[in-house]
Design a protein around this ligand. Structure first.
Ligand code: NDP
Length: 330
């Protein structure tokens, strides 16, 4: 592969952050022991923040954004990888402090990479991406908590977004009755197509929460935080659990301790960025097994590489449905 390649680069100037698509060279690659030809990346909420500069997600300059990618190893000095291996990467500060997926080439630490499991190709890996991987981590903690389909209905908030859509699809395949919460009731058919048994309007969860409501749900996957998470917590059944991974509504949690001390509810925090390698391998293998690849196709769409800056605004405005796959030009 030539020394020069195309990629986005974020720079910091006196006027603020700039982001341009430009010709990069191998000198722009960061430290690492594996060089990869990037085939696909995706657009996550955090990428929206990085591309627009609306939050200080990028903390090293210059930097290629893109918190996840899949591709083929070009060269490796890491014992776990060799040229030709198919790999996926999400997290470890890639797209934040280490150059990421929005370029034709990346150089990273082999310790951050996962071999793509059989049953997931490089495009499907990015249809899943960080959001889908995080959804799998959420599902896993609820299962490990002991929640089973017989325990009762599960809620998924922000259901039309990336994490939410994949969570609905996985939970449905695992036999759970899933209730989706969305601010876009026009996406009801889409959510039912992914397997939601019922779809509720987000506005019913957006007022300040009372300490406790009627016990309705065995558990929940929450991407919203804020009043939504507080309301969800007060409706969880005795002994149930919530996996919280996002702040699409707010970083605050205006809740009381009543669900924890009176109903034994557990709140699990989910982090995908620094998740250890064993957890990553297990999650990717389970995605190959427990996510219906036809539904993955339905919940994802292709986003043009050149269109990333505009789409970044859309994801922050909550206008992106499901998962946006970015094919990196060959
Ligand atoms: P998306 O933008 O694809 O989805 C977020 C969804 O949240 C929106 O589609 C919308 O769904 C809902 N939403 C938007 N605004 C609000 C609001 N004000 N109140 C309640 N719900 C709202 O993002 P992702 O799915 O990629 O990420 C979701 C969240 O999870 C983000 O906060 C992200 O930072 C976080 N995240 C965390 C990770 C971790 O490691 N902890 C990893 C990946 C993501 P709808 O229209 O259906 O209501």
């Amino acid at each position: 592969m030539p020394d020069h390649f195309q990629g986005y680069q974020i720079n910091k100037t006196d006027a603020g952050q700039t982001c341009e698509l430009k010709q990069l060279s191998d000198d722009d690659l960061m430290e690492g022991d594996v060089t990869i030809q990037v085939e696909y990346s995706s657009l996550n909420y955090k990428d929206g923040l990085a591309l627009t500069g609306k939050s200080s997600v990028v903390r090293k300059f210059p930097l290629t954004p893109g918190v996840d990618f899949s591709g083929t190893v070009i060269s490796s000095e890491h014992s776990g990888f060799k040229a030709g291996d198919r790999v996926v990467l999400n997290g470890f500060g890639v797209g934040e402090v280490h150059s990421g997926g929005y370029a034709q080439k990346a150089r990273v630490k082999g310790d951050w990479l996962v071999h793509l499991p059989d049953g997931i190709d490089s495009r499907q890996a990015m249809a899943i991406g960080t959001a889908g991987f995080t959804a799998m981590l959420c599902v896993t903690v609820l299962e490990n908590h002991g929640i089973q389909p017989e325990s009762g209905d599960l809620l998924v908030t922000g259901a039309s977004g990336g994490v939410g859509s994949v969570a609905v699809a996985i939970l449905n395949k695992l036999g759970f009755r899933v209730v989706a919460i969305t601010g876009r009731m026009e996406e009801k058919d889409y959510l039912q197509g992914l397997g939601a048994a019922d779809v509720l309007d987000r506005k019913d969860f957006s007022a300040k929460a009372r300490p406790l409501y009627k016990e309705l749900w065995a558990g929940a996957v929450d991407v919203a935080g804020g009043n939504t998470l507080a309301n969800v917590l007060s409706q969880i059944k005795y002994g149930g659990a919530v996996a919280a991974c996002g702040l699409a509504e707010s970083i605050d949690l205006p809740a009381s301790v009543a669900p924890f001390i009176l109903r034994g509810v557990t709140l699990y925090g989910i982090d995908s960025v620094m998740a250890p390698l064993e957890k990553r391998d297990a999650a990717w293998k389970r995605l190959a097994q427990d996510l219906d690849m036809n539904l993955l196709e339905d919940l994802s769409f292709d986003l043009d590489f050149n269109d990333l800056p505009r789409a970044a605004e859309d994801i922050l405005a909550g206008k992106i449905r499901g998962r946006a796959i970015v094919k990196i030009p060959a």
